[in-house]
Design a protein around this ligand. Structure first.
Ligand code: TRP
Length: 329
C-alpha cells in the first residue's frame, strides 16, 4: 500500500482540518509503515498559487504547515514529507495528463463550478487543478489517497485520467482508491456554520493563546441565561468541547448544560481550557521545532529527494510510453 495525501497551505490549520482529516492521515503512517508500505505527505504550494499571490505569504504558510504536521506527530522515519514544488516532475506529468483529459471531465467538477459561482474569476490553473492533483497522486504511483469527502470527485477524475493514459499508451498507472476518513459530522466554527478557513470562523490549532481564547469566547450562542437549562447536543460550544475532552468531562458538562447554573461564558472557558490541555503537548513540540529552524527544511529536503527518486522512475516510464525525448539513432 502506498498512500499519498496533500494539503494546500492556504489558511492556518484549524480544529476542523485536524479532526476531520489531518489527525487521521498522520495516524495512517503507523499502519502503512508496519505493513512495509509508503506514506507520502506533501504541501501543495503549486496548488496554492491558484489563490495565494504573495511570495512571502506562500513561503511562510508552506513552512508553517510542514511545522504543524511535524508537531502533530508526522514521523520522518515512517513517512515522507515534501514540498510539491521540490518535485517539479509533477508539472511535467500534469502536462502529459492534460493531453489525455477530456474537457468535459473538468467541466463537470463541483469544486470548480462552486468557486466560479462564488465569484472567483476562473483562470486556467483553477480549471486544470484536478489534472495537477492527478499528477500529484500518480507521480509516486499511489494506491490509496486519504482525502476529505469534498475531494472524492477529484479522485474519480484521477482514476479516469490514469485509465485514459493506460488505454492510450500502456499500463503505467495504478487506479488509486480514495480513503475517506471517519466522519465527525459537521465541525462547527465560531459562528455555527461548518468550520472553514474561508469563512473566517475557524479556531487555529497553533494560534497565540490569548488570541485563541478571544476566538473561543466569541462563539455565537443563543441568549439563554445562566439559570435556564440548555440542550447540549447541537450546541456549538458543547460540540466543540466533545472533540477535545474526555468522556467523563463530556458527561459532566452535558449534565450541567441541562441543569440551571451554567452560563455560556463559563462553558466557553471550560472549552478553552480543554482545548489547551488537548493541544498543549503539540503546541510545545511546535515551539521546540521552531527553535531549530533548519530542522523543517532538512526534513523537507530529505523528503523531496525520496519523492524525486520515485518521480524519476515514473517519468522514465511515461517518457518511454509516449515517445517524448526518445532519440532515434
Ligand atoms: N485538493 C486538495 C484539497 O484542497 C489538496 C490536494 C492537492 C491533494 N493535491 C492532492 C490531496 C493530492 C490529496 C492528494 O484538500
Amino acid at each position: 500500500m502506498r498512500i499519498l495525501s496533500g494539503c494546500q497551505p492556504t489558511a492556518s490549520l484549524h480544529l476542523g482540518n485536524y479532526f476531520g482529516a489531518v489527525r487521521q492521515f498522520i495516524d495512517l503512517q503507523e499502519k502503512v509503515h508496519a505493513e512495509g508500505g509508503d506514506a507520502f505527505y506533501f504541501l501543495a504550494d503549486y496548488h496554492a498559487l491558484t489563490t495565494v499571490r504573495d511570495a512571502d505569504t506562500l513561503a511562510r504558510q508552506t513552512h508553517d504547515w510542514a511545522l504543524a504536521y511535524l508537531a502533530l506527530g508526522l514521523d520522518p522515519d515512517k513517512a515522507t514529507l515534501f514540498r510539491q514544488s521540490d518535485v517539479p516532475h509533477v508539472c511535467e506529468l500534469a502536462w502529459v495528463f492534460s493531453t489525455v483529459t477530456p474537457m468535459g471531465l473538468l467541466q463537470r467538477c463541483h469544486s470548480y463550478k462552486d468557486k466560479v459561482q462564488a465569484g472567483i474569476s476562473p483562470d486556467h490553473g483553477l480549471f486544470a487543478y484536478p489534472v495537477l492533483m492527478a499528477a500529484d497522486i500518480l507521480i509516486v504511483r499511489s494506491s490509496h489517497v486519504p482525502v476529505g469527502d469534498d475531494q472524492k470527485q477529484h479522485l474519480e477524475v484521477t482514476r479516469d485520467i490514469a485509465l485514459k493514459f493506460n488505454q492510450t499508451y500502456r499500463n503505467v498507472f495504478p487506479l488509486p482508491d480514495a480513503f475517506i476518513p471517519k466522519d465527525f459530522g459537521k465541525i462547527p466554527g465560531v459562528d455555527g456554520r461548518k468550520m472553514s478557513g474561508s469563512y473566517g470562523n475557524s479556531i487555529p490549532i497553533f494560534g497565540a493563546e490569548k488570541k485563541t481564547r478571544k476566538t473561543i469566547m466569541s462563539i455565537v450562542t443563543d441568549s439563554k441565561g445562566v439559570d435556564e437549562p440548555k440542550e447540549p447536543e447541537g450546541n456549538t460550544v458543547f460540540e466543540l468541547f466533545k472533540l477535545v475532552a474526555s468522556q467523563e468531562q463530556v458527561d459532566d458538562l452535558a449534565a450541567r448544560f441541562r441543569a440551571p447554573g451554567l452560563g455560556y461564558g463559563h462553558a466557553k472557558q471550560e472549552f478553552f481550557e480543554a482545548f489547551m490541555d488537548h493541544f498543549g503537548p503539540y503546541r510545545k513540540r511546535r515551539e521546540e521545532l521552531e527553535g531549530k529552524p533548519d530542522y523543517v527544511e532538512d526534513v523537507l529536503q530529505a523528503g523531496a529527494e525520496r519523492a524525486r527518486a520515485e518521480a524519476d522512475e515514473t517519468m522514465a516510464l511515461v517518457r518511454d510510453a509516449t515517445g517524448v525525448s526518445r532519440r532515434i539513432s
